[in-house]
Design a protein around this ligand. Structure first.
Ligand code: SF4
Length: 147
């Protein structure tokens, strides 16, 4: 299975969630939030395709990380591949965080037509809705603990 990424697996991040984390930067996003930090990740033809198994191998080499964060782009544009990766991340005892431009309610609706959306949601420990970009005055993310 292939996943479209904006860049390679980032290691040793201290700004994408709690603790030292790796980050999977997905490519492709429909939201165009005002003030988005990553506009180059919006194009669905941008970035590059890579086998999910290759990312799993890289995850296996992580030493200091407590978890992996999905960001982008919007990871929920590729729910099947992200679900496969999230399952694997949990299997090697790391936690899973995810940033998205979809509200929880929008994702529940999306899951009516794509079961991978719900599968992926079930593998996420902390879900961050990027409310800051939608409502800049709030200057915060809205997050949900899904476990
Ligand atoms: S969801 Fe994230 S990547 Fe997409 S436009 Fe909003 S802030 Fe940018």
């Amino acid at each position: 299975m292939l996943i479209r990424l904006a860049s390679g697996l980032q290691k040793d991040s201290i700004v994408d969630g709690e603790g030292i984390r790796a980050v999977i930067w997905t490519q492709g996003c429909p939201h165009h939030c005002p003030g988005c930090h990553n506009p180059t990740t919006h194009d669905y033809n941008g970035g590059y395709l890579v086998e999910v198994d290759e990312i799993k191998k890289e995850i296996n080499t992580l030493d200091d990380e407590v978890g992996v964060t999905f960001s982008g782009g919007d990871p929920f544009e590729q729910p099947e591949a992200c679900y496969e990766l999230a399952k694997y991340i949990h299997s090697v005892k790391l936690n899973v965080w995810c940033y998205t431009g979809y509200t929880f309610e929008e994702l529940l609706k999306k899951s009516d037509t794509d079961s991978n959306v719900m599968n992926f949601l079930k593998e996420i420990d902390i879900f961050y809705y990027e409310i800051w970009f939608h409502y800049p005055d709030l200057e915060q993310y809205l997050y949900y603990s899904l476990k």
